[in-house]
Structures are given as C-alpha cells and as structure tokens.
Design a protein around this ligand. Sequence first.
Ligand SMILES: *[C@@H]1O[C@H](CO)[C@@H](O)[C@H](O)[C@H]1NC(C)=O
Length: 433
Amino acid sequence: MDPKLILMVCLFLIPVTAIADYVRPQPRKTLRFSWNPKPPNYPQQVHISLAGDRHMRVTWVTVDKYSPSIVEYGTSPGRYSSIAKGESTSYSYLFYSSGKIHHTVIGPLEHNTIYFYRCGGQGPDLQLKTPPAQFPVTFAVAGDLGQTGWTKTTLDHIDRCNYDLHLLPGDLSYADYLQHRWDTFGELVQPLASARPWMVTEGNHEEENIPLLKDGFESYNSRWKMPFEESGSSSNLYYSFEVAGVHVIMLGSYVDYDEQSDQYRWLKVDLSKVDRKKTPWLIVLFHVPWYNSNKAHQGEGDDMMMAMEPLLYAANVDIVLAGHVHAYERTKRVNTGRVDPCGTVHITIGDGGNREGLAHRYVNPQPEWSVFREASFGHGELKIVNSTHAFWSWHRNDDDEPVRSDQVWITSLISSGCVAEKKNELRKILVAP
Ligand SMILES: *[C@@H]1O[C@H](CO)[C@@H](O)[C@H](O)[C@H]1NC(C)=O
C-alpha cells in the first residue's frame, strides 16, 4: 500500500479532540491546478528575495530557452526607467526537465518604495514593495506550507496583513520528487512572493536526493536562490541578511553543523560581523526545532542543538523560528533546556497547511519552558517595533477566519544587559580555531 495512503487512513482514524471550544480541522486535499498553457516566453512563478544591501533578486521561469533574463523596473506603472540583466539555470530530474529559471538582481532600490517591474520583456506589470530602512518592520512567518486548501487559507490570511517580508523555516512545495509540483507551488505563491521578498531555508521535503543518481536540494537550489554569495556563504543552504535593524540568519538542519563544518565556520564569521548598534535584533531560522514538546519529531533537533546552542547563546540570539512539527509552540527565553532570561525565545511554526496534517500529540507534563502549544494551521506575524520591543502574534485558521490566538511582547536582549554580559564569552568562541 502507498505510504501516503496509509498516512491518510491513519489521519482519519485519529479522533477529533476538542481543546476548550475549538475543534481542530482535518487536513485538506492538495489543490487541483487546471492546465493553463501560457506562451513559451511568458514569465511564470515569479518570486523575489533580498540580495544584499538595497538589492532584490527576481526569479521566474519560462518554457522558452531563449527568453532573456532581463527585468525592467521603475517607480511609476508601465514606465520602466531601469533595466537589469541576470543569469539563468535549468535542471533535469529523471524524466522531468525544468523550464529556464531566471535570476536577475535589480537595484540599488529606495527603501519602503513600490516598484513596478516586468520580467523577460513580456507578461504582466508586477508590483513589489521594498522593506523600510528603519523600524518598524513586520515579518510574516509560516513554515511547512505545501499546496493544499489550508495552504490557500494561510496565504489568504497573510495577504490581508500588512507585512514587509515573508520568512519560511523550511518545507515549501511538498513536491516530494514530483517536479511539476514545484511549478504549481511557484504559481500558487506568485501573488504574494512577487510582491514581498520571500526569505526561505530548506526542510527535509526540499532534499529529494536519490542515492547514486541525484544529490540533494537540486530543485530547491535552482529555483529558490537566496543571497548566500552576498553573505559570504559558499552554500545556498545557509546564509544571512539584514533588514531595518534586524540581522537574520538562515541555517540548514540537513547540512553538517558540527564545529569543524563549513556551516559552523561560516556562522562564526557571520556572527563576528554583527553590529548590535546597527542591528539590535538577531533572529535565526532553521527547520528542525530544538525546543519541541510535541511527540512528533521529538528529539530530532538534539544533535544540532548540542553543536550550535552554545554559540547562539553567546551571540545573544533573540528569537529562533523553526518548522518541521505541524503545530505551533512558543517558549520562554531558554538555554540548555532551562529557562534563562538571557536565552532565546523558540517558536515552532510548521503549521502552514501541508497535506500531511497536524501533529496532535504532546509530551506531558508540559515542560517549564513551553508557554503555548496548539496543533492548528495558521501563520505568525512578528512586528519589530523598535530596538527594544517586538510584538509576536500567532493567527490560527479558525474556520477560514484568521483568529489571533497567541500574542506576546518580546523585549530584546540588547535592552536587558545580556549582550554586554556575554561579550567575553562570545569573543572566546569566535577566536577558537
Ligand atoms: C519601543 O516600543 C515600546 C512599545 O510600543 C514602547 O513602550 C517604548 O517606549 C519604545 N521605546 C523607545 C526607545 O522608543
């Protein structure tokens, strides 16, 4: 029997348990995408991402292999004052051949400004808004998206909120080896991802390796190129960027992370460059949570946590956002399993709406560090108000209406004195060979 079918059957056997007055919904089916052929040079699956200071990378796909990798752009509709030329790539995967995947960096761009742009000299006039130069800045957050009816609901809710960037802690398309699903996912997210930068890191569903035939992450790396070169990384699987007073680090849960690894070495260099006067907030994303009291994926993040938590603690990471577990959980500030006012707030937000459904079973009693946990689909919003205060809220997809279910003010470590306190500790780790 097909394992997916077994999973579906199992999900239907799980009794629907009610917590308080809220009955958790069942998973929804993968969306059907009608066959909607476009001219070969029509730009499809457009998405944007930050690419270094005041620059944006525009990515799109054409069927036509000769379509040029140019983006025309400007600040008034239909009148393009600038043009940029980029690069392109493509890949094949068993019997599948991708279209031409274009990556073109535009800029320098003004902050907090609407730009109109067009890809490949064809197709519709699109709009994007660049992030602000200063606080406040708002991030929309949702991981483990997939492309089901619930994904659609989550995206609709995010679309209604006023945000500057989308952060995605892994598991995008749930293509799971079926490459055309990367294309349908690209189409599904285009309305949002062509308008605001989508900054993503990889999850297990991006790996798609086939022993002896295919290395991991080929589709993901070809389609979702992130600013790794711009941030001194040699791999698209980990990188960093800065936006309006926030330094964001994207790590890879499925890349070597021990002290001798390239990822760890890069992380040390990246952290040594962080200037808390310029970026008072430090946020890290990766896929597999370190603090998780759900029974799903219990303990899976332990090895990475053992290797990297001392460094992140010394570096005063304010917030970690993770996915993988299909539920929502928020912790107090925590370090080495204990509540610690100079530790990190860990948020698991792997509840974007994928076809595998929710993770309902929790470890009891609830650990001391766990503040709020619930298995529902939804999304998060993180508004960094100023150098000391941020407002986090989680919105569950309650019968298709976004309901704010959890909210908290988070104060930065810089404002608490922790950063000054741990200065020597950080220096010691950073200079260690
Ligand atoms: C930062 O924002 C918080 C919440 O709005 C406010 O109470 C505080 O006074 C602000 N701090 C500064 C330095 O503006």
